[in-house]
Write a protein that binds this ligand. Structure first.
Ligand SMILES: *[C@@H]1O[C@H](CO)[C@@H](O)[C@H](O)[C@H]1NC(C)=O
Ligand SMILES: *[C@@H]1O[C@H](CO)[C@@H](O)[C@H](O)[C@H]1NC(C)=O
Length: 146
């Protein structure tokens, strides 16, 4: 396969690349288990993404926690920061945690970019990455080369 030259000012190409990349990373396309959060979507209080032994959980205590087989690998550090919190992936690629009906952002990732399509994915190597014109690593490696 020819190398793809990623240029930061080619959002259309990068968008296409994101979904190509996701297609390559996700080896269970027919499966309905939620392992991806697309921009515009939220994980409400108690909801989670799951991929194999890995879970990303928006907990009742307002902490967003990534577990491997029940052991915590990463968290947002927002335990007790609010009630009934949810995390949302915005159309600029930022992941934020808020309480419903409260504009205050309790936690966020700081990278953001063009309004476009982004997707947060748990990968099979146990990394959690937001893909899109701007990419953000929550945990582990940016890509899962095997
Ligand atoms: C999770 O636990 C199961 C059962 O002990 C084990 O077979 C598996 O390798 C573990 N997976 C990961 C990614 O740690
Ligand atoms: C918690 O938040 C969800 C999503 O914003 C909302 O639908 C639900 O009514 C809230 N529940 C409580 C008890 O505040």
């Amino acid at each position: 396969m020819a190398a793809i030259d990623i240029h930061p000012f080619q959002p259309v190409i990068i968008s296409a690349l994101v979904f190509l990349l996701l297609g390559l990373l996700i080896n269970n396309p027919g499966c309905e288990a939620e392992d991806i959060l697309f921009s515009g979507e939220s994980l409400d209080n108690g909801a989670s993404l799951q991929y194999g032994a890995y879970n990303l959980v928006m907990q009742q205590d307002c902490n967003l926690v990534f577990y491997q087989n029940g052991s915590k690998l990463w968290d947002s550090g927002t335990a007790g920061a609010g009630q009934n919190c949810s995390c949302s992936l915005q159309s600029n690629g930022k992941l934020i945690i808020k309480e419903p009906g409260n504009d205050q952002v309790l936690w966020q990732t700081y990278n953001y970019g063009f309004h476009d399509k982004y997707a947060l994915a748990i990968q099979k190597d146990g990394s959690v990455v937001i893909y899109g014109p701007v990419m953000t690593k929550l945990h582990g490696a940016m890509t899962s080369d095997e």
